[in-house]
Design a binder for this molecule. Structure first.
Ligand code: GDP
Length: 325
């Protein structure tokens, strides 16, 4: 049997094959667009994609109709209401309502219409604020959450529990992964609602163009975070869709963290801004440290590829190009 035939044969039993009907929910977002790129690059040629205008996942009836018509075999749940530390803090009701609604609609309808497998994207903020570091999967639900993104975390924890419950009650194969802080093309570069990585790229870029002397960065700079390029996350998601069938959650990250201060220095350098960094300590630091233990996914044979400095350079280049369009 040729390797391609063999791949297709095995794919029918265990994972996706190149003709499988695959729905990427949220394919325009940071993570969903990267999963779509990866699937297309790997020649999966039966993708189902819907923009928000075409399908509002908050709408139960519309989601039901879509699933009944398309009956996707594999579902990546990358649709979510996401945002940085201030957005999470300012709009807790939107974060809990929209995430619960989207994931309820997608997960339940995937079950109803017989999806073979579903991959639910959680987040590293599901772990307790003061859990030991690096964060092991088993620390889930062992302590109080960080206040700034508690509602988002509660929604994501509910999604994980829902996948596990459906596996137990209905025999589904719904898996959940917990990515660390993700960055890359198609991120949200809005300064108020976005995360630290895109915000800093934009702040330093605009300050350089305007010839500013200083740039304000939030918090003390002491908080530590782990950053993974979204293409690596997408690669891991496709790998796990094909190779992981356990109900237990799985971390996806690099296993290395840096302080926000170091990140700001790296980005300042990449962008070529020569002014000063001013720390605005009226803004929250959030959880003091968020570093994932990635030994479980590493032991399955997956490891990240993009070094942080390369990822910063690539993302800056992408951002700069979008600005000159
Ligand atoms: P978090 O990982 O959920 O806390 O999300 P963020 O990416 O929003 O924030 C990470 C850390 O970066 C926090 O300590 C923020 O205070 C800090 N930070 C520094 N400057 C900025 C900024 O311009 N935007 C955001 N979102 N965070 C910043």
């Amino acid at each position: 049997m040729t390797s391609q035939l063999w791949e297709r044969h095995v794919g029918v039993l265990y994972g996706m094959n190149k003709n499988s009907k695959i729905y990427v929910a949220g394919h325009r977002g940071l993570v969903g667009s990267a999963i779509t790129r990866t699937l297309q690059k790997e020649k999966y040629d039966n993708l189902i994609l819907r923009t928000r205008d075409e399908l509002d996942l908050l709408n139960q009836k519309a989601t039901r109709t879509f699933f009944e018509k398309e009956k996707p075999e594999y579902v990546f749940v990358a649709a979510a209401k996401v945002g940085g530390i201030l957005a999470n803090n300012a709009y807790p009701a939107s974060f809990i309502y929209e995430n619960l609604a989207i994931q309820n609609n997608v997960i339940h309808n995937a079950y109803l219409t017989g999806a073979k497998k579903l991959l639910f994207l959680g987040s590293s903020c599901i772990y307790p604020k003061l859990a030991p570091q690096p964060l092991k999967e088993e620390y889930l639900l062992t302590g109080p959450l960080e206040e700034t993104n508690k509602m988002y975390a509660i929604a994501k924890i509910t999604g994980i529990m829902m996948c596990q419950a459906y596996n137990r009650q209905y025999g589904n194969n719904f898996i959940s992964v917990m990515p660390t802080n993700i960055y890359g093309p198609n991120d949200n570069f809005d300064l108020k609602s976005g995360h630290v990585f895109p915000a800093l790229i934009r702040k330093f870029y605009e300050a350089r163009l305007a010839g500013e002397k200083e740039v304000e960065v939030w918090g003390s700079g002491a908080a530590r975070r782990e950053f993974l390029h979204v293409d690596d996350l997408a690669d891991a998601c496709v790998f796990l869709m094909n190779n992981y069938d356990e109900p237990d959650i799985l971390n996806i990250g690099t296993g290395e963290d840096i302080s926000i201060k170091e990140l700001a220095e790296f980005i300042r350098e990449a962008v070529g801004f020569s002014g000063e960094i001013i720390w605005d300590q009226s803004k929250p630091d959030g959880t003091p440290r968020k570093l994932l233990d990635v030994s479980k996914i590493n032991s399955l044979g997956w490891k990240y590829k993009t070094a942080l400095k390369d990822g910063i350079a690539a993302t800056y280049k992408w951002y700069k190009n979008t600005q000159s369009l």
